[in-house]
Design a protein around this ligand. Structure first.
Ligand SMILES: [Zn+2]
Length: 181
C-alpha cells in the first residue's frame, strides 16, 4: 500500500504478519517506509502516521521536497564557492611543487574527496569547501602526488609527506567529515 502524504511524500506501507507494532524506516532513496501488523485497518494506519509525525521528523532523514530544495540550494552555493577556489588552489600547489596535470574537475560524489585519473585529470569534491583549510590542502597534495604514483605505495606517501608534514593527522581528521553534500 502506498500513502501520498503532504509532508513525507510517498509512504510505503508494508503489512507484516510477524510485526507486532508499527515501525518506521527510511529506504536508501529516502522514502519513508512503515511496517504494521497484518490486520491493521487503513484508517488506523493513517492515524498512526499522523500521530508519529513529530518523532519521524526528529529521527529520520527524509527527503521531503522542502529539505530537498534546501539541500539543492546548499549544493549550488557550495559549487559556486568551490569554482572560485579549488581550481586556483590546485594550480597554486601544482606550480609550487612542479606538477603538471591536464584538467581539474569538480564533483559532488558521496564517498570520496578527490581522485586522479591516469589521464591526469584531478577531481575534487565541492564538499572540500566545508572542511578546514589544512585538510583541504592535504587532499589537493594527495591527488597531485598521484600524478607521479598511481597507488598508495611507500614512495607515494613519502611524496605526500614531503609537501604536507602533518599528512597523517590530516588524513585521520578528514574521516570526521562526510564528503557528501
Ligand atoms: Zn589516493
Amino acid at each position: 500500500m502506498l500513502i501520498k502524504d503532504s509532508e513525507f511524500g510517498e509512504v510505503v506501507v508494508r503489512k507484516n504478519a510477524l510485526s507486532r507494532g508499527i515501525k518506521f524506516t527510511v529506504s536508501t532513496s529516502g522514502r519513508l517506509q512503515m511496517s504494521v501488523p497484518q490486520r491493521t485497518p487503513d484508517f488506523l494506519i493513517k492515524r498512526l502516521l499522523n500521530q508519529s509525525r513529530a518523532s519521524i521528523r526528529e529521527k529520520l532523514p527524509i527527503k521531503n521536497p522542502e529539505t530537498q530544495r534546501a539541500r539543492d540550494y546548499q549544493k549550488k552555493l557550495l559549487m559556486k564557492k568551490a569554482k572560485e577556489y579549488l581550481p586556483y588552489r590546485l594550480d597554486y600547489y601544482a606550480k609550487k611543487f612542479g606538477y603538471t596535470y591536464d584538467k581539474c574537475r569538480l564533483t559532488h560524489a558521496n564517498t570520496r574527496w578527490g581522485s586522479c585519473s591516469s589521464r591526469k585529470t584531478i577531481s575534487l569534491n565541492i564538499g572540500l569547501m566545508k572542511v578546514p583549510e589544512p585538510l583541504r590542502d592535504y587532499v589537493i597534495l594527495h591527488e597531485l602526488a598521484h600524478l607521479n604514483h598511481m597507488d598508495h605505495s611507500r614512495a607515494f606517501w613519502a611524496e605526500v609527506g614531503a609537501h604536507d608534514k602533518n599528512y597523517k593527522v590530516h588524513e585521520k581528521k578528514l574521516k570526521m567529515f562526510n564528503p557528501g553534500v
